[in-house]
Design a protein around this ligand. Structure first.
Ligand code: FAD
Length: 475
């Protein structure tokens, strides 16, 4: 997939100099070699173009950049850690890249209020570590946490592996500071849980993928740090069995069930063959596995997990299970989970989906999608895994063994159309957690309620009438 080949607008040197004067020469990058990392992304699906990357160091500098961009009608593409998976952070048409990574201060940690105020460029792992230092948990957790940023997490409304218990990024922010296209600053850094003073602007910026404003800081929610975490890798015969196990686990563990990840055997097979020192966690190779975790304030996490698995085995739901006996083993389980998607590249082309359906519909969705995809491309290898507890399946498809990679990837849209139609049939979403970006922009009108989309476009036109902020993304 490539960026559309529209010619990029050329920035006059005087304009580059005016932008550079805002951030300082050092933080206005014009050298193509230094710009290059801002133009590619994780999966090498998109190659952007840009003459200028700006790295502001304060909200005031972001505001000044937006003012000048509006005055000169210069489009901006906000970028955090550049780990997005839908091409939202890439300058496809020569836009100026607005990198927020230098906004990396944690402004305030308020233990009594259980809040932490982070600037947009704080890396997620840094926010997690700072919370841990004060005996608190910032629960958002995803494979890219070593490089993605709080601003990017909020702008994509990221999900991850703990959404089951703690919610998605939207649920984890109390307030947001954002800069509008015209440079005005919305100071919404509220620590309040209860604030019914009109429209919730915070929720406008969250999940907007940088199209309505630039998030410069946010007040995040903190939680008590769990005293005990217990993890198990569980063997099952089918997604239906996994659903039954989920019901047992939710009955026994309620809010302490923090992760419930469904994994097809083909995923484990690829990990073992291509991953870094990955071993299959279970002695047998079941068709399906679940990686589940319980995090509790009390010492009973192990008892709870044993009770869940004991009940499930008695009912014939679970075939086998192994508990993480040490932190190393727990980390090994999670490493396997995190490399599932990256190892697919060693088996040729893969077409990826990030979809959600009602939790109860996941098994039927997988059955129907498998049948449709293999009918469309005989020999294609469905590769489903993901957050079953959230109904969010990464329904990936690997190319047939020995097939031509380019020919397989040329079917990307056919496969997406096929899978997304099945998702729609179940009342699901074509983007569960990665966003729309450019990848799904043209599909959105087909799947989104027409009135909802019209309201989205009205909001965009109202807040960004000159289409300065991340043009061509989402709507
Ligand atoms: P970027 O990639 O830089 O930007 C993403 C979008 O947000 C772009 O549209 C950009 O313009 C906009 N943006 C960035 N910062 C700002 C800002 N301050 N203000 C306004 N707009 C902004 N995602 C999940 O949800 N769950 C997962 O489990 C998950 N796992 C992943 C695993 C791997 C290995 C990788 C590579 C990615 C994964 N992702 C996952 C996707 C990605 O990490 C998330 O979308 C993340 O939230 C993006 O953060 P970022 O800082 O890298 O943002």
């Amino acid at each position: 997939m490539t960026s559309a080949e529209r010619p990029a607008a050329v920035l006059p040197p005087e304009l580059i100099a005016r932008f550079a004067a805002i951030v300082g020469e050092r933080y206005a990058i014009t050298d193509p070699n230094e710009i290059a990392p801002y133009l590619t992304e994780e999966r090498n699906l998109y190659q952007g173009r840009s003459q200028l990357v700006l790295r502001p160091g304060s909200t005031a500098e972001v505001a000044a950049i937006c003012r000048l961009a509006t005055e000169t009608r210069t489009p901006l593409v906000p970028q955090g850690g550049n780990t997005g998976l839908v091409g939202g952070q890439t300058p496809h048409h020569g836009e100026v890249v607005l990198s927020l990574r230098r906004l990396d201060k944690i402004r305030d940690v308020d233990v009594a209020s259980n809040t932490m105020t982070c600037e947009a460029g704080v890396v997620l792992a840094t926010a997690q570590a700072r919370a841990a230092e004060v005996d608190r948990l910032f629960p958002l957790s995803l494979g890219a946490e070593g490089s993605c940023t709080i601003g990017g997490n909020l702008s994509t409304n990221a999900g991850g592996t703990t959404a089951l218990a703690y919610g998605v990024a939207r649920d984890l922010a109390l307030g947001v500071e954002a800069v509008l296209a015209d440079g005005r600053i919305v100071n919404g850094l509220s620590k309040l849980k209860k604030d019914n003073t009109g429209y919730d602007l915070r929720d406008l910026f969250i999940g907007a993928e940088g199209t309505l404003g630039i998030i410069t800081a946010a007040v995040l929610k903190l939680f008590p740090k769990p005293r005990a975490v217990e993890t198990a890798f569980v063997a099952l015969g089918s997604p239906e069995a996994a659903l039954k196990l989920l019901a047992i686990a939710q009955r026994e563990a309620a809010g302490t069930l923090t992760s419930f990840e469904l994994i097809a055997d083909i995923c484990i097979d690829f990990c073992v063959r291509h991953g870094p020192n990955i071993r299959a966690p279970l002695p047998s190779r079941p068709p399906w596995s679940v990686l589940m975790e319980i995090s509790s304030q009390r010492d009973d996490a192990r008892d709870t997990l044993e009770k869940i698995l004991g009940d499930a085995m008695e009912q014939g739901v679970v075939d086998d299970a192994v508990f993480a006996a040490s932190l190393d083993q727990r980390n090994a389980f999670w490493t396997l989970r995190e490399v599932i998607s990256p190892v697919q590249k060693y088996e040729g082309g893969s077409i990826k989906h990030d979809v959600s359906v009602p939790v109860a519909s996941v098994p039927q969705f997988i059955t129907e999608a498998n049948a449709a995809v293999t009918q469309l491309i005989p020999g294609a290898r469905p590769f489903p895994f993901g957050h079953l507890g959230d109904g969010n399946i990464h329904y990936n498809v690997s190319q047939p063994v020995g097939a031509d990679k380019a020919a397989f990837l040329a079917r990307w849209q056919d496969v997406h159309d096929t899978v997304h139609e099945i998702v729609a049939k179940f009342g699901g979403s074509i983007s569960a957690e990665h966003g729309i970006g450019v990848m799904k922009r043209d599909e959105l009108p087909h799947f989104k309620d027409a009135t909802a989309l019209a309201v989205m476009r009205t909001l965009k036109a109202t807040l960004d009438p000159l289409n300065i902020l991340n043009p061509g993304k989402v709507v």
